[in-house]
Design a binder for this molecule. Structure first.
Ligand SMILES: Cc1cc2nc3c(=O)[nH]c(=O)nc-3n(C[C@H](O)[C@H](O)[C@H](O)COP(=O)(O)OP(=O)(O)OC[C@H]3O[C@@H](n4cnc5c(N)ncnc54)[C@H](O)[C@@H]3O)c2cc1C
Length: 449
């Protein structure tokens, strides 16, 4: 079988290598030329490329099972797999750029995969079926066409129904590198230091090769927090958070990136069939973020992309008609992927409400983040919350323990926020730092290349 895959992100690259290893010929098209021989990979078209990524355990498991050479390459680059007490991976710690570079390097030398730099402008449709992808004006022919073009996927016909919800969170991130021989700051989670306050988050993500990222997430409602985009204000805010400040002390680490903002992030789910179960675009199948985009706070995007890719590869390799494959894949996504989208929409909307000052609403079903939090006082529910947190079980698995969690909240229990500045206090710190340095402050330039 000849396949054209548009998009060389994690989903497209995984799909390409896995298909080639099953004897198929694959052309991967991406407008980005791939990692440069030296220097920083800027990665056109993936806004979040240098934002903090944490890869969940299933990512390491899927790579170990299907592409151990990619996992070995990541480990050789300094990535770390954190295991739970029974030895199962719970997190893969590395930068997104390191992750994509390892996959790209393996794909580039994989017999059966050819990488092509170009922009896919659209598809050629003949007799109601896609028979080519138009790349920089010329058609590429194949037997099947895969759309792995990510969260802003635009090249397929616009008929696909999108269900949307803005997650209402603004991110500000900066990458750092630890100085030689120095350990990271304090940690309280496999990914590093995770501090969930009542109305914002502050997180230090451990990565590969002595690198880490610091991220603030808030709802964007307090305009004083916009100053976090400035390097000096970001540094002052990080220094004011107990624990986090130790990570960013200049004697311990130095920034390696600008301060990177991200906002207006949507949860989005795009089905691929009409009400009668017929593919919108016969001959083409979408996968990864092009199907389901979820809020970054739970770090599920790449896991959901690789889970989809694994399923799609099985269906394509079985050699059925591509129209049947699209319909079958869409039905599988409705059952296995859509529930995560719905879960994110519920949690994000409720978090937005609470971050705006609302209390936990015990008159209706709790969102999953609060059910998981309640395991701190109701250890009997961990038999359900742990498999959900690992993504071994779908969100519906929490339904049976939700009433137990809700009862704790109804009695007045609330998770205690960690020591550190409230959102208002953080906004004051930003405003003060902003006033001190004013307009003369430099823009955020990396201190270390
Ligand atoms: C701020 C932020 C933080 C995140 N943090 C995490 C995290 O911690 N953990 C996690 O698992 N996920 C995280 N995610 C989600 C994760 O980044 C995505 O799930 C992931 O990028 C999806 O991979 P993909 O291969 O499907 O698409 P992408 O990575 O978006 O790749 C799509 C590729 O297609 C190319 N392309 C698009 N259109 C065309 C075209 N017309 N022609 C040619 N090429 C094209 C693009 O250039 C790109 O290279 C985060 C997302 C955001 C926004």
């Amino acid at each position: 079988m000849d396949a054209v895959i548009v998009g060389a992100g994690p989903t497209g690259l995984y799909t390409a290598v896995a298909l080639a290893r099953r004897g198929h010929r694959v052309t991967v098209v991406d407008r980005d030329p791939g990692p440069p021989a030296t220097g920083r990979w800027h990665r056109r078209g993936v806004m979040q490329f240098h934002h903090a990524h944490a890869f969940r355990g299933p990512v390491a498991e899927i790579l170990r099972d299907e592409m151990p050479d990619v996992l070995d390459r990541l480990l050789a680059a300094g990535a770390v797999v954190e295991n739970d007490p029974v030895g199962r991976p719970i997190a893969l710690l590395c930068r997104r750029s390191t992750f994509d570079a390892a996959l790209y390097a393996i794909a580039a030398v994989e017999p059966g995969v050819s990488m092509r730099v170009g922009h896919a402008d659209g598809v050629r449709v003949e007799r109601g079926r896609v028979t080519g992808v138009i790349v920089d004006g010329a058609a590429l022919d194949a037997d099947v066409f895969v759309d792995a073009t990510g969260r802003n996927s635009r090249f397929t016909p616009r008929t696909r129904t999108a269900v949307d919800g803005e997650c209402g969170i603004v991110y500000v991130t900066r990458q750092y590198r630890l100085r030689d021989g120095l350990p990271p700051g304090p940690v309280n989670a496999p990914i590093g230091l995770s501090l969930g306050y009542d109305r914002h988050f502050a997180i230090a993500f451990l990565h590969d090769d002595r690198t880490f990222s610091v991220t603030f997430a808030h709802d964007g409602a307090d305009s004083r927090l916009r100053a976090l985009r400035r390097a000096d204000v970001f540094a002052a805010a990080a220094a004011a958070v107990p624990g986090l400040g130790e990570w960013t002390e200049p004697c311990r680490s130095a920034p390696t990136s600008d301060v990177l903002p991200a906002g207006r992030i949507h949860n989005r789910y795009r089905a691929q069939t009409d009400h009668a179960g017929r593919p919108w675009t016969p001959g083409l199948v979408s996968v990864g973020d092009a199907v389901c985009t979820t809020t970054p706070l739970a770090g599920r995007g790449v896991t959901l992309g690789l889970q989809q890719a694994r399923r799609l590869v099985d269906l394509l390799d079985a050699g059925h008609d591509i129209g049947d494959i699209t319909a079958e894949f869409d039905a599988w996504c409705s059952d296995a992927i859509r529930p995560w989208f719905d879960d994110h929409c519920h949690s994000d909307a409720d978090r937005q409400r609470r971050w705006a000052g609302g209390d936990v609403d015990v008159t209706r079903a709790l969102p999953s983040d609060l059910i998981v939090a309640a395991a701190a006082v109701a250890p009997e529910i961990t038999a359900s919350t742990d498999p959900y947190a690992r993504m071994d079980a779908l969100p519906a698995s929490l339904e049976s323990v939700e009433p137990i969690a809700r009862a704790h909240f109804a009695r007045g229990w609330r998770p205690a926020p960690p020591e550190g500045p409230s959102r208002d206090r953080l906004a004051e710190i930003c405003a003060r730092a902003d006033r001190v340095t004013g307009t003369t402050a430099p823009t955020s330039r990396p201190a270390v290349a």
